[in-house]
Design a protein around this ligand. Sequence first.
Ligand code: URA
Length: 271
Amino acid sequence: MQSAREILEWYVEAGVDVMLEDVAINRFAESEASRQAGKRTKAFTEAKSEPKQARVPLETSAQSAHIPDAGSAETAREAANSAKDLEALRNIMSAFTGCNLKRTAKNTVFADGNPHSGVMFIGEAPGRDEDLQGLPFVGRAGQLLDRMLSAINLDREKAYITNVIPWRPPGNRTPTPQETEICRPFIERHIELVKPKVIILLGGSSAKTLLQTKDGIMRLRGKWSEVETPHSQTKAMPTLHPAYLLRQPAHKKLAWQDFLKVRQLLNELSG
Ligand code: URA
């Protein structure tokens, strides 16, 4: 028979990261209350039929889920900016509690590869294999990425690989805009500490977040852009995500064209 723990893990795996309360929460009342209280939610929630004494403050009722607010991104920014090197940034991110994704993730997936290589690949967020191993791009998409790197004479000794989001979203769901904003200071500081000569943005999510645009990846890919952080500006090539290429192999030729442009720039920089 399955243990309760295994069943709970199955739910988390499927993307259920918030427990139901004993008493139903009226989410409409909650959002109305939070609207009135401004962005920083300290709302009290109440089911329509609940007696008055059963009111539960959101912050204590939600022990199972951190409710991030504008303050979490600010806390992340201060923490990230205090990192003087990559090891400090890794430790700060591992200790950070302001993002709900961390609660269900098994590992903080920081990075892999060579930070001195001058080439930084940035994906979206870890998947199941990455979460288990604590390393980015080690699943099927990662194996394809390794083959793509090899095609332009790169490998994990000659490139550095990370993600915008360091914690696996449960069930591989798309990170919410709020989760992305909370994690943004970490990837921005990461870029500032690595100081790559060139960044390759893997997929629409990474490209949109770091180029601060709403344009889709098909419009962005293949064109040199700039990733700007508070203290740096780096040449960047947006391209298709390897996981997408596994589903749409006919589009590999587009990614190949983008990778050739990266190879050409690296040749110019080293030549
Ligand atoms: N997809 C990503 O964007 N990053 C990973 O690390 C793995 C899959």
